[in-house]
Design a protein around this ligand. Structure first.
Ligand code: CTP
Ligand code: MG
Length: 270
């Protein structure tokens, strides 16, 4: 990159050019350092009784370890903060020690809270100051491909303050008037146009300052971090998501996750 003020003869006035160039791209974060926060403190009630969801095995390896490896696979991610179940931080630390992880990545473990939102905030509180870009990634999405992670980071580096991977929906979606009793017929109140809807995944990527401000400002219950940034009035953008970044929520999702891992092993053999 040229800098006219450096190449000018001594005593020459610096030209206005570098300033003009940076004004054209005011928010590009080309040299920013990236950390990932992985909320893993949930119980996994919808998966049924057993260990906390993130600690359950997929093909013999805890879901959390798959998720940590998926994020650490990106060369841009230099720190991973795992938010452990409130009483499970020592167990998570020993799990990280027991599994092979990239040398170039640092790891921190902090105990989580009662809600996902609180767990993410506790992860953000633990971030050292030198990280300007933060990814928030559900431990429950253990199979996200590295290309999706890199696409999110790249879009934040290019200047977006909040980025979500998103996919078009297969199902038509209805808005209903929910009834108090599960299983009762519910009146449909609207059918949003499917072509304008997206199912969003993680990792969601953020300018760190903006995400911290969102967590300090927004007190409503939310199910993703980007919606808090939306509530600040900031622009959130999507990048293409991936079908393998699905969230392990119900028992059938475990079957699908193990099938994806089996297919990957088969393909790796060729
Ligand atoms: N999470 C968290 N802290 C909580 C609740 C959820 O860190 N108090 C994390 C989960 O561990 C998961 C992610 O947020 O990685 C997405 O949440 P979800 O899929 O809803 O997981 P659970 O809350 O564990 O599942 P359920 O809602 O079925 O209990
Ligand atoms: Mg939950």
């Amino acid at each position: 990159m040229s800098d006219d003020s450096r190449t000018s003869p001594a005593g020459a006035q610096p030209t206005a050019q570098p300033t003009a160039r940076s004004a054209a791209q005011p928010t590009a974060r080309t040299t920013a350092r990236t950390a990932a926060v992985i909320p893993a403190a949930g119980r996994g009630v919808r998966l049924g009784p057993g260990a906390p969801k993130a600690l359950r095995a997929l093909n013999g390896t805890p879901m959390l370890i798959h998720a940590v490896r998926a994020l650490a696979a990106s060369r841009a991610v230099s720190l991973v903060v795992v938010v452990a179940p409130p009483d499970g931080a020592p167990e998570v630390k020993s799990l990280l020690d027991a599994h092979a992880l990239p040398e170039r990545t640092d790891f921190l473990v902090v105990p989580g809270g009662d809600s996902r939102q609180e767990s993410v905030r506790l992860g953000l509180d633990a971030l050292p100051p030198e990280y300007d870009i933060v990814l928030v990634h559900d431990a429950a999405r253990p199979l996200v491909p590295v290309d999706t992670v890199d696409a999110v980071i790249e879009t934040v580096r290019e200047g977006a303050v909040a980025v979500v991977p998103a996919l078009p929906l297969a199902d038509t979606v209805k808005e209903v008037e929910p009834t108090a009793t599960p299983g009762e017929p519910e009146p449909v109140v609207a059918t949003p146009e499917r072509a304008r809807l997206r199912a969003v995944q993680t990792p969601q990527g953020f300018d760190r300052v903006t995400l911290v401000r969102a967590h300090e400002t927004v007190t409503d219950d939310v199910t993703d971090d980007a919606s808090m940034v939306e509530q600040l009035g900031e622009t959130v953008v999507t990048v293409p998501g991936h079908e393998e970044a699905f969230k392990v929520t119900r028992p059938l999702d475990l079957v699908l996750a193990e099938a994806v891992l089996a297919r990957r092993r088969l393909n790796d053999g060729f």
